[in-house]
Ligand binder design. Structure first.
Ligand SMILES: Cc1cc2nc3c(=O)[nH]c(=O)nc-3n(C[C@H](O)[C@H](O)[C@H](O)COP(=O)(O)OP(=O)(O)OC[C@H]3O[C@@H](n4cnc5c(N)ncnc54)[C@H](O)[C@@H]3O)c2cc1C
Length: 388
């Protein structure tokens, strides 16, 4: 497979010289682990103490990783991305809300996004997180299969109703809907809900996509099971495959409980698991639609190579590649140039509310050292190319 990701002129075409400098400065900063730790603590303190730091956050991490505060803010970015063939997924990245009216307003937000994106080719998906529609502790209780009290059962029914409302609207408007994956101790409950929605709304084609985190060693059996159920019951399965974002938390929790971790023992095992999942879904493309959410070059090349071997066209509408805004533009834009379907998550929301998302991005880029140095190497290469 031709190494198409090396072309930095395509990767950074949308970045002005000053944006390129800012990105370089930012990745340099977050590659420094102690600095990220201190920066995170200071920022959290400043936000909680209502110190005026929002301007500073906006000018640095926020503008690099987010599209703006609301949907309209994001539109100029979305239009520019789409001119280069890269679609966007508006991701309202406000987390950690748990009171009923907050859960209802999260539902209204996603319903509003569905209205906003309908018939906009540049935004072919909407997305939500399970815990945006239900209290985390309630998900945990349902997951543990412990009995619910009467009021908890009513509360759970409201979660089910929120799922149904949003999936039905996505179906009616013909917009694909991604459901993110979270911690393993709520994920069975979330998977069961996603399963019910796929049974109901994916009869003809995939509207609802669940997410499988392949850093979990049990996810291949999940995919095999959902595939055979789909064949028996006559529906299609949409899966966003990712490696998974909560590794430290998962390992720490299992260790504290003296249990085996749900996470693969090594990075190599996760990588093999991810690639095996993609192969399995490609082999069953009559059932699956695949959204490969990764910044990993080797996994992306592998999927491209297998598509070629199987004679699947680059723009087959069952296969999407996805990255996060602000990361791995060399993959996104070069894939789009080669005619593949590509979409980037474009997070947005009030600055203080998207902080947990931003902190995860900073930590991820710090802990996965290989990724940061790759971003820096490419930014450096492009800076040098422009000087010439
Ligand atoms: C479009 C998109 C959507 C996403 N949606 C979700 C989501 O819904 N839920 C979610 O949890 N994450 C989600 N993520 C984040 C994703 O799970 C990863 O955290 C992130 O993309 C880094 O993995 P990578 O595939 O890019 O590759 P790499 O950078 O090659 O891999 C890093 C990942 O490998 C795994 N890993 C690292 N070290 C080890 C080790 N020692 N042992 C075992 N495994 C290891 C971890 O998962 C780590 O994040 C999404 C990512 C994208 C791009």
């Amino acid at each position: 497979m031709k190494r198409i990701f090396e072309d930095t002129s395509i990767a950074f075409k949308l970045k002005s010289d000053s944006e390129l400098e800012r990105a370089y400065f930012l990745f340099k900063l977050i590659s420094n682990q102690p600095l990220v730790k201190i920066g995170t603590a200071v920022t959290n303190f400043a936000i909680n103490a209502h110190l005026p730091v929002e301007g500073l956050i906006r000018a640095t991490v926020f503008d690099h990783f987010c599209g703006g505060v609301n949907e309209a803010d994001c539109m100029p970015i979305i239009d520019k991305m789409y001119e280069e063939g890269v679609a966007a997924i508006l991701d309202y990245s406000v987390e950690g809300k748990h009171v009923e009216n907050q859960l209802d307003s999260a539902l209204q937000k996603v319903l509003g996004v569905l209205d906003f994106v309908k018939e906009k080719q540049a935004i072919p998906f909407a997305v939500f997180k399970p815990s945006a529609f239900g209290r985390f502790e309630l998900f945990e209780k349902v997951n543990s299969k412990k009995g619910l009290s009467v009021s908890e059962a009513e509360e759970w029914q409201r979660v089910v109703n929120r799922y149904d409302k949003v999936c039905k609207k996505a179906y009616d408007l013909d917009v694909a809907l991604l459901i993110d994956a979270e911690e393993s101790w709520i994920q069975d409950a979330a998977d069961d809900l996603a399963y019910d929605m796929m049974c109901k709304y994916n009869k003809r084609k995939v509207v609802v996509f669940n997410t499988a985190q392949l850093y979990r060693w049990d996810r291949m059996s999940y995919l095999e099971e959902v595939c055979s159920k789909a064949r028996n019951e006559g529906f299609k399965v949409g899966i966003k495959v990712v490696r998974g974002a909560y590794m430290e938390k998962e390992n720490g929790r299992a260790e504290d409980a003296g249990q085996k971790s749900p996470i693969c023992a090594t990075k190599g095992a996760t990588d093999n698991n991810f690639d095996a999942a993609v192969t399995f879904m490609l082999d069953n493309l009559d059932v699956f639609s695949i959204f490969s959410g990764t910044h990993n070059e080797s996994s992306s090349y592998q999927l491209m190579e297998q598509m070629k071997q199987k004679g699947i066209t680059n723009d087959n509408d069952h296969i999407w590649f996805g990255q996060l805004y602000g990361m791995s533009d060399h993959i996104s834009y070069n894939l789009a140039k080669a005619g593949y379907n590509v979409a980037k998550y474009l997070p947005y929301g009030p600055v203080r509310d998207v902080m947990p998302y931003l902190i995860r991005r900073a930590e991820e880029n710090t802990s996965v050292a290989g990724q940061t140095s790759r971003e820096l190497e490419l930014l450096k290469k492009e800076k040098a190319r422009r000087k010439l």
